[in-house]
Design a protein around this ligand. Sequence first.
Ligand SMILES: O=C(O)[C@@H](O)[C@H](O)[C@H](O)C(=O)CO
Length: 541
Amino acid sequence: MDLNNLLIDVKEILDADGDYTNLLNQEIYAPSIQIDRRNVYFILHHVNNEGIIEKSLVVYENRLTAGDFEAQATMDDRDSTLLVGELNERNNDALAKRFQWIRPTSRRNYKYTFGLGDRLGNASNAHLRLFKGRGIMPVLAQQSIRELVLMHRTNTDVFQSASWAVFEEGFTYGWGADGDHVKTPYEVDYAVKIGCSMITLDCTDEINNDIVELNDDDLDQRFNQLDPDQIKYFNDTYLNKTFDLGDGRSVKFTKHDVEESALTFYDAILFATTIYNKFVVPYNLDFEISMDETPYQTTNPNHYFFANELNRRGITPVTMAPRFYGEFQKAIDYIGDTERFEREYVIHEAIAEHFGYKLSIHSGSDKLSVYEIIGRVSKQHGWHVKTAGTNWLEALRVIAHKDPKFMLELYKFSYENLDDVKDFYVFNAQTNGTAPKPEDMNTENVMDLLDDDDARQILHTMYGSIMNLKHNYHYVYRDKLWNILLKNQALYDRYLNIHIAEHLDLLQGVVKTKDEAREKYEPKSDISKESAAELQATSKD
Ligand SMILES: O=C(O)[C@@H](O)[C@H](O)[C@H](O)C(=O)CO
């Protein structure tokens, strides 16, 4: 890299007065340019022989202060120094001292927030470009412990890729980092120490799911084994009480509701209280409590009970994720009666409003049939939607488009090894059921895999096995997959954009139905999604 030329670029930036449209050096990624007094910072994009973008950080700063950057090359210019460095952790820390906005911030006071969960670590730039001007705060770094383990990633890695994307896109509006689905104090501690602004405490292991299966006599018997004081407290507080939530909305507790709520959820409430006192208060975290990955629905009384017991202990989470009526399975649309969903969602919303937090929607990817309801009912108070890393499926869409034979191989492997993930995920797709059989798939119909519910779930959950399969000490698929993806980043960005824009438009009421969203972003009439995305990607290049 010629530092003399780079110095000329820096001077051009300083003289440009904020208009970077016609910079001589087209490798300068204009959205990344930051000027602070006479100091200049930006990212260079160099496209290598293989068509892959290589990125470097360029800093022009006073010589006396620039010492905390790690440089690969430097050149002095009077009292300043020009340096080029890698996008690594040390340089990220140095930048964060200068630009606080590259660190995550609290979701409090943002009405609408949206969790993205970039599984591979190269989706955040496209996401940020989509979120600019939308009035929705993106939660970029959001990987569950399960995802970290299966993908062989660390929270540092997830955090770093998000923070660099924020700097690169000049996204100064605030972003979140979520220690997602943490279940133990150890996992919470890990997320906190890495700098997450939020934790999602997954209470699944503290929720007593067997209670729901008891008949009324057995339930009563179990309840009566509690200490008399405890029984008296639960009955005095809830039994046959109706709690008014305003606007004609209320929650009523029958004997069954009281006993079921207490026996199912009280352990989880005590656990959440411990985590709150040990971590949420001292580290000023956004607190989300999730109970969505349980086998049973969270009824309106269950939800009220949980919230009221937290409230008694002085705890108001920022968001809460009940398991709503119907099925919110990963990577596919809502399954269930949408009218009943709305009736019950309205009460969940009223409970959240009453206690002062927002509802969080899990699993929030692809629920195109209910976003209009959620967006409308929660419009005044706000929402958090947590998608489930479906950017991974958009990455596979790129693979299917660019190398259909390879995609067929990946699907066959996933289909034949689905048992790998049965302990980690709950999903409908079964290889002895309706999932497309690998022998029926070919290069003509391979793209259908990314639109078929069963195939989507198989591919969505098998990411870890695909990425980490080794033979003879080498990755079987990982390197090839990365190579295709990095060479086609613009196409990947377009697919990501289409995927998430459909979610946001429905939630924000820009379009009203799934069909409208699909027609807007994937017009069937004239051109296929694949060609539309490719056309837009190449016209941008
Ligand atoms: O795969 C995962 O563990 C995550 O993507 C998880 O599903 C996600 O964070 C979520 O909970 C969406 O509701």
